[in-house]
Design a protein around this ligand. Structure first.
Ligand SMILES: Nc1ncnc2c1ncn2[C@@H]1O[C@H](COP(=O)(O)OS(=O)(=O)O)[C@@H](OP(=O)(O)O)[C@H]1O
Ligand SMILES: Nc1ncnc2c1ncn2[C@@H]1O[C@H](COP(=O)(O)OP(=O)(O)O)[C@@H](O)[C@H]1O
Length: 630
């Protein structure tokens, strides 16, 4: 809560109604926010005096935009001011203005759901009319599904409050919104600087009979009551206390009561809610959307993080091909075939762009077929996943239907509100991976350890294969189900069609990661021994394998590896018999922060094997002892 606003804010019990104020730069957003807060008595007296004093110093009439600047100053001074969310009270009802410092941060806030909004005020300079950011912001409102749009035709004093000129401005903006399937709830002619039609009716536009902005805001529907929607409880994590397992998460939609039977989405397993707890409160009989809870289930089945609890009669959509809208943040264009992670509620799914269905021309806002989505462009695309994704098409007022695309370096590259399952193109081969009825937990209990992938990377001759095999033997003796995937072995079979070009090495890594994932999901500990020289390829492996991926740097300097040269390949590379040899005339990029760094130039195989085996057991072991083999 900012200390700028009067203490009366947030007295209301109703959830705040989030609104966004958007529009082209210099069309008056900041002035409007300052004026709105002042004219609705949401500013402490000191702040008003501060703004008036700052304005006078500059020979200005009151410059309301200084309010946001002062919020910026408070933020810069480290005062915990979150100027991206500015609460204010309007006739005992709480609103929150979702603003953002800067255009790109605003776009990011909007697409990542940081700025969930129920309504929008689109500020347009009536004299200038719609400009580039007007169109971009209006497009964004369409993209994230905000239906309640109030257009504030600002700075009408520059048009001498002339009705004909103002109505002409209204007409041009109305045509823009129509192209975007956006219908403005209404148009309000105003002057934010002077306060006309903001919180009080203007006496300079007697011809205008519509509401002031504050009257219009009072008509905005309060956040759709998500509690009336079908239950959706995404699993954040599973905790164990006093021999009980608690499934924790925030209820996104619907309600849950003790005694309800829920379905664990991906496992399709029914379970009964036997208790509901939430932080700092006594156990509850029920909980509703917006509440973070920890529930216990009967039987004591354990969902994976990212799974979804729902009722059997109202299941989510299940599909591995999904149509989404897209706001593309990356500065490079998006093309078909690119892979990302789709973050959806608490789940992350590896997805590939299988088609770009339409791209929006921001100039005329028409949709056209396109081969790529330009930087900061809008489009509709189809994503395909190697697994079934449970989701609900995005609706305003909810956050769980809005996906976020993340690249291999974990950067947010786009916002993707989900539209629905994608139709199958004629003749298209669509796969539907089957889920196992044997759960991860069944396997873990049977083996006494979890599955996991330990990815050994290093130069040729650094000791990957030697350590992988020695560690495999040690772990097996200790009762661990373990498998090695060695580069040479893969290249003799599964990857025998691959060479050592960058593209082939990427494909080699991808295949190894997919095989490792299948083995890990079957409860195996998998030791992958691959040079896998590039950071981007190892990031691809991490994307495919998710968090349970430990990078092990098998570190021997080039001189040591050349000296060892167990297969004579360094000599062959030096003599030019083979080219593109890693370390000689092909790059190796060392891990930046490996989970384990083994320096094998001077170490001993035995000591490194012991270190690696111990690290792996600590990572995959459960509370009980492993079942050592005689
Ligand atoms: N040009 C070139 N570059 C690197 N390595 C080469 C090359 N040609 C053959 N070899 C032999 O192939 C093994 C590397 O295969 P990987 O699958 O581990 O490599 S990669 O991950 O695809 O880069 C590697 O095995 P290790 O020595 O066990 O690493 C080499 O012996
Ligand atoms: N500390 C050590 N760790 C691993 N290998 C070592 C070590 N010291 C010597 N070596 C020898 O180095 C060579 C490593 O070859 P290899 O395991 O095939 O490497 P890579 O699989 O990385 O190509 C083997 O001959 C191994 O016996």
């Amino acid at each position: 809560m900012t200390n700028t606003l009067s203490p009366s804010v947030a007295q209301s019990q109703e959830p705040a109604t989030p609104i966004v104020i958007v529009g082209h730069v210099d069309h008056g957003k900041s002035t409007l926010i300052g004026r709105l807060l002042h004219d609705t008595d949401n500013l402490q007296d000191g702040k008003v005096a501060q703004i008036i004093a700052s304005s006078k110093k500059r020979g200005l009439k009151v410059e309301w935009s200084f309010l946001l600047d002062s919020l910026q100053i408070e933020r810069d001074q480290g005062v915990t001011v979150d100027s991206t969310r500015i609460p204010f009270l309007l006739n005992k009802r709480e609103f929150v203005i979702v603003d953002a410092p800067g255009h790109r941060q605003f776009l990011r806030n909007m697409i990542t759901g940081a700025a969930d909004a129920e309504a929008a005020v689109l500020v347009v300079d009536a004299a200038e009319g719609a400009r580039e950011q007007t169109r971009r912001h209006a497009m964004l409102l369409h993209l994230i599904g905000i239906r309640h749009v109030i257009v504030l035709l600002n700075k009408v004093d520059l048009l001498d409050f002339d009705q004909a000129k103002i109505e002409a401005a209204e007409k041009s903006v109305s045509e823009l919104l129509t192209k975007l399937d956006l219908e403005a709830a209404l148009f309000i002619p105003a002057s934010a600087r002077d306060g006309d039609n903001i919180a009080s009716r203007s006496d300079r536009m007697p011809w205008y009979s519509g509401p002031t902005l504050t009257e219009a805001l009072a008509q905005v529907p309060s956040p759709a009551s998500r509690a009336e929607l079908p239950l959706r409880l995404p699993v954040q994590d599973v905790y164990r206390f006093d021999d009980k397992r608690y499934v924790a998460g925030r209820i996104e939609r619907g309600r849950v009561r003790v005694g309800d039977t829920v379905i664990i989405g991906t496992q399709k397993t029914p379970a009964k809610i036997s208790s509901i707890a939430s932080w700092h409160t006594a156990p509850q009989i029920s909980a509703a959307a917006g509440q973070s809870v920890a529930v216990t289930l009967e039987p004591d089945v354990i969902p994976d993080r990212g799974d979804l609890l729902h009722k059997s009669e109202t299941p989510p959509v299940a599909a591995s091909r999904i149509r989404t809208r897209l706001f593309w943040l990356r500065q490079e264009p998006l093309r078909v075939g690119e892979s990302f992670h789709l973050r959806l509620a608490t789940a992350e799914h590896a997805v590939t762009v299988t088609s770009i269905d339409s791209v929006v021309n921001l100039d005329d806002l028409q949709k056209y077929a396109g081969e790529e989505v330009p930087a900061e462009g809008f489009a509709e695309i189809t994503l395909s996943a190697s697994e079934t994704i449970l989701f609900d098409p995005f609706v305003p007022g909810t956050a769980d239907g809005r996906g976020v695309l993340v690249d291999r370096q974990q950067r947010i590259v786009g916002g993707a509100p989900l539209l629905g399952p994608a139709a199958i193109a004629d003749g298209e081969k669509v796969i539907h991976p089957t889920g196992s009825t044997v759960t991860t937990q069944d396997r873990t209990r049977a083996k006494g350890h979890r599955g996991g992938v330990f990815w050994l990377t290093g130069l040729s001759g650094s000791g990957k294969s030697t350590l992988a095999r020695a560690t495999e033997a040690a772990l097996f003796a200790d009762g661990v189900d373990v498998t090695v995937l060695d580069g040479d072995t893969l290249r003799a079979g599964l990857c025998k069609d691959l060479g050592f070009s960058e593209a082939d090495r990427t494909e080699n890594v991808r295949r190894a990661a997919e095989v490792a994932r299948i083995l890990r999901d079957a409860g195996q500990v998998v030791l992958v021994a691959l040079i896998s020289p590039l950071l981007s390829d190892r990031a691809l492996a991490r994307q495919i394998l998710g968090e349970e991926f430990a990078e092990i740097f098998v570190d021997a300097d080039l001189a040591t590896c050349e000296q060892r040269d167990p297969k004579g390949l360094y000599a062959a590379a030096r003599s030019g018999k083979i080219s593109g040899f890693t370390g000689i005339d092909a790059p190796y990029e060392a891990p930046v922060s490996p989970a384990l760094h083994l320096k094998t130039s001077a170490g001993s195989v035995e000591s490194e094997t012991k270190t690696l085996a111990s690290f792996i057991k600590d990572t995959v072991r459960l509370s009980g002892a492993l079942k050592a083999r005689s």
